[in-house]
Design a protein around this ligand. Sequence first.
Ligand SMILES: Nc1ncnc2c1ncn2[C@@H]1O[C@H](COP(=O)(O)OP(=O)(O)O)[C@@H](O)[C@H]1O
Ligand SMILES: [Mg+2]
Length: 236
Amino acid sequence: MTLLELVDVTASYGHVQVLDGVSLTVPDGGAVGILGANGAGKTTTLRAISGTVRTGGKITFEGRDIRGFRPDQVAALGIAHVPEGRGTLPQMSVMENLRVGAYRRKDRKGIATDIDYCLELFPQLKDRIGSRGAALSGGEQQMLAVARGFMAKPKLLLLDEASLGLAPSTAKAVYEAIRRLRAESGIAMLIVEQNATLAFSLVDTATVLETGRNALTGTSAELKGMDEIRRAYLGG
Ligand SMILES: Nc1ncnc2c1ncn2[C@@H]1O[C@H](COP(=O)(O)OP(=O)(O)O)[C@@H](O)[C@H]1O
Ligand SMILES: [Mg+2]
């Protein structure tokens, strides 16, 4: 079953149109990647879904037209957005950040269980549970951002450049945890990533954006085999 579908989506900041017809499909429980150079429109595509940019075209979630929904309405449907730059709350502790992620939920036992799960998934956060967001390393902040997204118990997680600015070993550890989260939770994921090696380690299919349009779409295996992908994204 299709969970999320974008057909010919356009998006504009003021009078400047930056998405020029983006299409993609995320199946239930699927993981889909969005690759592309800086400025290609990856972040804007996630914003189009979460309702923070003006859009045209068709955006459906569980068969329902959600284009034009406000961000809180989109979140209420079960879409959690882990934005570029992480968006952890710097003045709040790790525990408070996790609780903020769960603010729509009423199942106290479930929330407690899920906090324990996050701390098992990211043991580094356990040691920093009382530390403020601002005191965490970049890697720890990214782990917290992913964990906070999970705490919303979403059906779909939008993840924007989780590896950005992290040491390679840290980025790899973050992706390993996300892979485990995917396997254990079944949450569908739409993942923006410039590091194609990391993206292909997680996603089933991906689309490459160029100046606000789909340039290539395929399975991870198909894309990995393409010369232009190898040259542009896989270092040879
Ligand atoms: N808030 C904004 N106002 C105006 N233009 C923007 C804004 N955010 C992004 N853009 C422009 O939109 C285009 C796509 O940006 P973005 O979606 O952030 O790309 P990516 O995430 O692929 O690097 C770029 O040309 C960028 O300069
Ligand atoms: Mg971006």
